[in-house]
Design a protein around this ligand. Structure first.
Ligand code: ACO
Length: 433
C-alpha cells in the first residue's frame, strides 16, 4: 500500500470482538479500510455484489468524483484535455504518466505510424469471417491473434512492454478499419505514414480506390475528442477484466482482448449501439418518448433507458456534456437535420424532470450522445463499440502496466458464499431415479 497514506485505523465489531484495521487515504481524500487480515483473523469474508464498495487496487491513473461529475486523467481534467490535446497526447499521458512535449509527440506519432501495418497473413483472417460478423467479435479475436504474429520479445522487460504497447495501440486501429471494410465488401485501405493517428483511421475507414477521401477538420477534431473522453475510467468492468486477466500472468494482447469482450456488453460500452437502436425504435413507433420512459420505470420490465445511469456518476457525466457539444458541432458541419437528435434531447429533458430518475441519480452517460455523433460522421452503428475500444485502449494499457508494477499485486481471485447442495454421495446410475 505504499502509494496510499495511512490515516489512522477503523474498528470493526464482529462476533463480540473489536478488530482494528488500518485506514488508508488517497490523494483526493477518499478513504478505505484495509481488510487484508479479515479472513485470517475471523474466518469471515465480505459480501459485495458487483464490487460496488470494494477497492481492488491503489491507482494513480484516473480520478472520478461521481457526485460532482469530475473526471481527471493523471490530474488533468478531461474537459481541459479535450480542449487542448490530441488523442495521442492523452494516450502518451496515460501510458507514460506525463504529457509529451512537441518533440516527444512528433516521435510518438512517427513510432505509431511505423507500427501501423498488420502482417499480410492476418489480413487473410478477415476474408473468412461470415459477412455479418459483429466487428467486436472480429476485434477481440484479432487482438489476441496479434500475440501469434508479434510475440512479446524476450530480453529487456521495459523495452519489450514498450514495443508490445506501441504495436497494440497502432495495430488495433488498423484492425478496426479493416474489419469495417470487410463488412462492406470493399478493399482494405492501408495506413499512410503522412497522416496523424485520427486522420489515418478516417482514411482507412472512408477512402476508396474510386474516390479520394477529403478530411473534414470538424470530423478529425470530433474523433480526437471522442477518443479522449473514452480514454480511461478507472476500475470499470473492462479495466477490471484487463487487470484480472493480466494478474494471472497473461500477456497484454490476451488481457486487452478480454477487455474488448467485456466492453461489448450492453450494460457497458455496448450501450452506445443500443442507444441508437432505442432511438430508432422510438422513431419507428411514432416518437412517443413518454411511453419509453414509463417502460424504463416499470419494475416488471427488464428494459432500461440506454445511455442513462452510471455506477459511479450520480450527476451529469462530464463526458456526456462534451459528447453533446460535439454532436451539435458535427451535425452543424454537415448541414443535415437528424430527427434522432430531437428524440434524444426530448428523452433527456423528460427523464431529467422525472422523480424516478432524479431520486436514483440517473443522468445521461457517455454513451447517450456518442452514438449520434458517430452516426453523423458516417460510422455504422455496429462499429460504435469498436470506436469506444480504440479510445479506451490507452487506459486499459495503463491499468495493465500499473498492475504489473504493483508490489502488492496478487492474482485476482475473489471468494464466494457457497449456496449449493451440502455433501452427498454418488448413487450408482442403475439406482438413480
Ligand atoms: N433505466 C431505468 N432505470 C435504471 C437505469 C436505466 N438506465 N439505470 C439504473 N436504473 C435503476 C435501477 O433499476 C435501480 O432501481 P431500484 O433502486 O428501484 O432497483 C437503480 O436505478 C440503481 O440501478 P443499479 O442497477 O443498481 O445501478 P448499477 O450501478 O448496478 O448499474 C448501469 C449501472 C449498469 C450503468 C445502469 O445504470 C444501466 O443499466 N444503465 C443502462 C445501460 C447503460 O447506459 N450502460 C452504459 C454505462 S456507461 C459505460 O459503461 C461506459
Amino acid at each position: 500500500m505504499s502509494m496510499m497514506d495511512k490515516k489512522g485505523s477503523a474498528e470493526i465489531r464482529v462476533n463480540n470482538r473489536t478488530l482494528v484495521y488500518p485506514l488508508y487515504a488517497g490523494t483526493e481524500g477518499e478513504q478505505a479500510i484495509d481488510i487484508d487480515k479479515l479472513r485470517k483473523e475471523t474466518g469471515l469474508i465480505t459480501y459485495d455484489p458487483g464490487f460496488a464498495n470494494t477497492g481492488s487496487c491503489a491507482s494513480g491513473i484516473t480520478f472520478i468524483d461521481g457526485e460532482k461529475g469530475i473526471l481527471r486523467y493523471r490530474g488533468y481534467d478531461v474537459i481541459d484535455l479535450a480542449q487542448n490535446c490530441e488523442f495521442i497526447e492523452v494516450a502518451y499521458l496515460l501510458i507514460h504518466g506525463e504529457l509529451p512535449n512537441r518533440q516527444q509527440k512528433a516521435a510518438y506519432s512517427h513510432l505509431l505510424n511505423q507500427h501501423s501495418l498488420i502482417h499480410e497473413d492476418m489480413i487473410e483472417f478477415f476474408r473468412h469471417y461470415p459477412e455479418h460478423s459483429h466487428p467486436m467479435a472480429v476485434l477481440s479475436a484479432m487482438a489476441v491473434s496479434l500475440s501469434s504474429f508479434y510475440p512479446e520479445m524476450s530480453g529487456n522487460y521495459k523495452e519489450e512492454i514498450e514495443m508490445t504497447v506501441t504495436r497494440m495501440l497502432s495495430k488495433l486501429r488498423t484492425i478496426a478499419a479493416f474489419s469495417y471494410k470487410k463488412s462492406i465488401g470493399e478493399p482494405t485501405i492501408y495506413p499512410r505514414h503522412d497522416l496523424s493517428y485520427c486522420e489515418n483511421f478516417l482514411n482507412m475507414m472512408f477512402d476508396s480506390p474510386l474516390c479520394e477521401e477529403s478530411y473534414n477538420p470538424t470530423m478529425i477534431n470530433a474523433l480526437n475528442k471522442l477518443l479522449i473522453i473514452h480514454a480511461d475510467h478507472e476500475q470499470n468492468c473492462s479495466a477490471s477484466v484487463v487487470r484480472g486477466v493480466g494478474s494471472a500472468g497473461a500477456n497484454l494482447y490476451a488481457s486487452i482482448s478480454a477487455g474488448i469482450c467485456a466492453l461489448w456488453g450492453p450494460l457497458h460500452g455496448g450501450a452506445n449501439q443500443h442507444v441508437i437502436e432505442m432511438l430508432e425504435q422510438i422513431q419507428a413507433e411514432g416518437g412517443d418518448v413518454d411511453k419509453v420512459i414509463e417502460r424504463a420505470k416499470n419494475k416488471r420490465s427488464p428494459f432500461r433507458l440506454m445511455g442513462f445511469g452510471h455506477r459511479v456518476y450520480k450527476s451529469y457525466d462530464p463526458r456526456a456534456k462534451i459528447a453533446k457539444t460535439l454532436c451539435n458541432e458535427v451535425i452543424a458541419s454537415t448541414n443535415k437535420h437528424d430527427p434522432l437528435l430531437d428524440i434524444a434531447m426530448e428523452l433527456e429533458g423528460k427523464a431529467l424532470a422525472d422523480p424516478y430518475f432524479q431520486e436514483r441519480g440517473l443522468y445521461p452517460n457517455v454513451d447517450f450522445y456518442t452514438g449520434l455523433t458517430y452516426r453523423e460522421m458516417g460510422i455504422p452503428t455496429d462499429m460504435f463499440t469498436v470506436m469506444f475500444a480504440i479510445g479506451r485502449l490507452p487506459g486499459w494499457i495503463a491499468q495493465w502496466m500499473e498492475m504489473k508494477k504493483d508490489p502488492h499485486g496478487r492474482i485476482a481471485r475473489p471468494r464466494q458464499i457457497y449456496t449449493g447442495s451440502t455433501a452427498r454421495k454418488v448413487i450408482r446410475i442403475s439406482r438413480r431415479k
